[in-house]
Design a binder for this molecule. Structure first.
Ligand SMILES: CC(C)(COP(=O)(O)OP(=O)(O)OC[C@H]1O[C@@H](n2cnc3c(N)ncnc32)[C@H](O)[C@@H]1OP(=O)(O)O)[C@@H](O)C(=O)NCCC(=O)NCCS
Length: 199
């Protein structure tokens, strides 16, 4: 066995053990799902991961239950079956983030349903409560390119593609390709011609 094969096999086995150690802290995790270390979180008891998922190294996934004096009820992150989360993903909820099945996150993707309060200019940002504008839904088969940011209160429809480095500030319909900051739809799938067409 070459060194690379040995290294990758060792890495996988270590991740399986690491995932097993995390199991009690998680809301739930399905069969064959793996979380690769290092993994960062303060609370994952409302994080539910389906089966056959990979959460790659350097990710930070967290349900915020309390920030300062404010408690956040009904916080939840769901990740559907066969979803691939790339390295250094940051997924952080104080209300609800739903990620569907067969979703692909490239590396460095950020998904949030909240933002720091900043409106009071007499208090530092960290001293202000978080603002939770609304749920994020990423439907089945979506592909988020490298370093995509998904901001609060948006839905990305089924089988849509978000180009690398895009910032999603508004909902994207199903079967669309969107790019840029803010992300705008440039193509959508035409079911009559069975082609992706420019809009
Ligand atoms: C969006 C993407 C899938 C390309 O889709 P496509 O339909 O082939 O798009 P095209 O190459 O025809 O480009 C269409 C237009 O969008 C622009 N565009 C493409 N990707 C873009 C991006 N990420 N950001 C901004 N503009 C982009 C192109 O420059 C082109 O503009 P023009 O019409 O003014 O020339 C691809 O560009 C992309 O971003 N892929 C993600 C790659 C990645 O992150 N991989 C990680 C591995 S999991």
């Amino acid at each position: 066995m070459g060194f690379l094969k040995f290294k990758n096999s060792y890495r996988f086995k270590k991740a399986k053990f690491y995932t097993w150690l995390l199991k009690k802290d998680l809301g739930s995790i399905g069969k064959n799902s793996v979380i690769y270390p290092p993994f960062h979180s303060g609370n994952i008891s409302e994080v539910n991961i389906g089966s056959d998922c990979s959460i790659n190294a350097g990710s930070w996934i967290e349900c915020i239950k309390k920030y300062g004096d404010v408690e956040y009820d009904d916080v939840r992150i769901d990740i559907g079956d066969s979803t691939y989360i790339g390295h250094r993903a940051h997924i952080i909820a104080c209300s609800n983030i739903q990620i569907g099945k067969n979703v692909v996150f490239a590396d460095g993707v950020y998904v949030t349903d909240n933002l720091h309060g900043f409106k009071d200019i007499h208090k530092p940002v960290f001293a202000q409560p978080l603002v939770c504008p609304g749920t994020v839904i990423i439907e089945d088969e979506v592909w988020l390119g490298e370093s995509v940011c998904v901001l609060p209160n948006v839905t990305i429809g089924k089988h849509s593609v978000i180009g690398s480095n895009s910032v999603v500030t508004k909902s994207i319909p199903a079967y669309s390709i969107a790019v840029g900051s803010p992300a705008k739809v440039i193509k959508s799938y035409n079911f009559d011609t069975q082609q992706w067409e420019q809009v």
